[in-house]
Design a protein around this ligand. Structure first.
Ligand code: CP3
Length: 343
């Protein structure tokens, strides 16, 4: 049994006593406790060691008091399991030395046995569930096929992912083959996360907003739809396609219970596009956590008023920045927890 199940009840559309809150990337570099472990172990070592992943996952629950834990891992463990080398370079981000550019490159990629390649994730989930002991739900996650293709083809982070887009536009058959392989892997991977104990699943389409509406359907949404369809009867799902507000109606129609939105769309407008029967999650500008605490408090209240009561999970519109002071993160969470909608 989960004692604080506000998040799960909100996803189901039930009335709750207050709005639940968590933060994307809540287990990360703004926490001094995280930095201690970061100084001792490499990034993928932290992901692949269940004891470390468990310890890091619990940090924001204990220190900040969020209403959900999110598994400490990364979306790039899936390309790794599919046979690509992935490095994380200090202060530069992800680097894949041998990205996919041609049919020959695609031959190096496989749909893996997830127990063999990602078993450490399921072990971490089991350990986290035990440690949480029902305090709050655990969110499992994966990257969307399009967002993973971006890294697998571009080989590194980018503002435009122009090489990944060129790959899709000039070699669409290869792109669709790769997207389908990622989709098939992700369905098995996320189903196993649920079996291990994840209470809800979020799909991160961080780069969905780089595509126009038609290309978003072709290269991103049709694959996310397959994943949501495969999961929706076993677990509530949250779809977060950053910047893809033009397709909120189509995303709501996938059967996901939650939709993440960023700060570039008004909550009222997102509600209009998404319809009444889905929970919205977001949408505080992460950089606003650098404002003085009284400003954060005021802006949180404005955000909650704009979403209105029910079917809202408070969150940032993207990941928390490493330079946010811990007491500002706590002020964000506390402001949500102290707020009550007038009935
Ligand atoms: O949210 C959480 O607290 C859970 C853990 C989590 C991480 N990455 C840990 C992490 C989650 C959910 C992710 C998802 C992820 N990873 C996304 C989708 C969400 C988003 O932010 O758009 C993406 C695109 C990645 C790929 C990735 N991993 C990048 C671009 C980077 C480097 C940039 C950065 O923010 O540092 C990472 C590294 C990473 N993943 C860190 C953490 C805590 C920082 C690692 C470190 O230096 O300690």
């Amino acid at each position: 049994m989960i004692h604080n199940d506000l998040l799960l009840r909100t996803l189901r559309g039930e009335e709750t006593e207050r709005t639940p809150v968590w933060m994307m990337r809540q287990a990360g570099r703004y926490l001094p406790e995280y930095m201690v472990l970061r100084g001792k172990y490499g990034f993928f070592e932290r992901c692949q060691t269940p004891e470390l992943a468990c310890q890091i996952t619990l940090q924001p629950v204990d220190i900040i008091g969020v209403d959900a834990a999110i598994l400490f891992s990364d979306i790039l463990v899936v390309p790794q399991a599919m046979g690509l080398e992935v490095q994380l370079i200090e202060s530069k981000g992800p680097f894949l030395p041998d990205p996919i550019k041609t049919l020959n490159d695609l031959k190096r990629v496989r749909v893996p046995d997830v127990d063999e390649t990602l078993g450490y994730v399921f072990d971490a989930i089991k350990m986290i569930k035990q440690e949480l002991n029902g305090r709050v739900p655990l969110i499992g996650f994966a990257g969307s096929p399009w967002t993973l293709l971006c890294y697998m083809v571009q080989g590194k982070g980018s503002k435009t992912f122009d090489e990944a887009k060129a790959f899709c536009y000039t070699q669409p058959e290869l792109a669709h083959q790769l997207l389908q392989m990622i989709t098939d892997t992700t369905i098995v991977y996320l189903t196993a996360q649920v079996k291990a104990g994840a209470d809800t699943i979020q799909l991160f389409d961080s780069w969905g907003g780089l595509l126009g509406p038609d290309d978003f359907e072709t290269f991103s949404l049709q694959y996310m739809r397959q994943i949501i369809t495969a999961l929706k009867d076993i677990v509530p799902t949250i779809l977060f396609a950053k910047g893809a507000w033009h397709s909120l109606d189509a995303m709501a129609a996938t059967g996901a219970q939650g939709l993440g939105i960023d700060w570039c769309i008004r909550p009222e407008m997102a509600r209009q596009f998404a319809g009444k029967n889905i929970t919205l999650q977001g949408n505080f500008d992460p950089a606003k956590l650098l404002s003085p605490i009284p400003v954060i408090q005021k802006e949180v209240k404005a955000m909650l008023d704009a979403f209105g009561p029910g079917r809202h999970i408070a969150n940032l519109g993207h990941g928390i920045l490493p330079n946010v002071p811990v007491d500002h993160a706590r002020a964000f969470v506390d402001s949500v927890k102290n707020y009550r909608h007038t009935k």
